[in-house]
Design a protein. Structure first.
Length: 137
């Protein structure tokens, strides 16, 4: 089974805190959309919505999307309502299936690239993040 379908199966384990019968979008659809958009570089609710609209055809391969793409406000409200610790546990379980080596200790280091930002041009500094699975080399 491909990693995308494994992600969908894992996210189905998260309880939906919303009122039954008053939801236009399935919880798993919203979670998959948001997580994929974030992994693709989305930085906010509007970015998540824009990414999902641009990739709607591809999303239909994995999701029902019975009422189309959810709006950014809907996505935000869902993430405000779900249990973040449960989401974290499910994502760690999914990562363990996709890449078992990542279940080990990973050293993470981040740096800002000096001189890469400019207040005058409205550019933020570039950031570099490194992750190293020490036991795997």
């Amino acid at each position: 089974m491909n990693p995308g379908m494994i992600l969908v199966q894992h996210l189905r384990e998260i309880d939906d805190p919303r009122v039954v019968g008053r939801c236009d979008h399935a919880l798993v659809d919203i979670l998959v959309i948001a997580l994929c958009a974030i992994m693709a570089g989305a930085e906010g609710w509007d970015d998540i919505e824009a990414w999902s609209e641009a990739n709607e055809e591809r999303l239909h391969l994995y999701l029902a999307l019975r009422n189309g793409i959810p709006g950014h406000d809907t996505i935000r409200r869902v993430f405000e309502a779900i249990d973040p610790k449960r989401l974290e546990a499910v994502l760690l379980e999914w990562i363990g299936h996709v890449c078992p080596a990542l279940g080990k200790v990973i050293a993470i280091d981040g740096k800002s690239v000096r001189g890469s930002g400019s207040v005058c041009r409205g550019q933020r500094a570039l950031h570099v993040v490194s992750a190293y699975a020490s036991e795997m080399g």
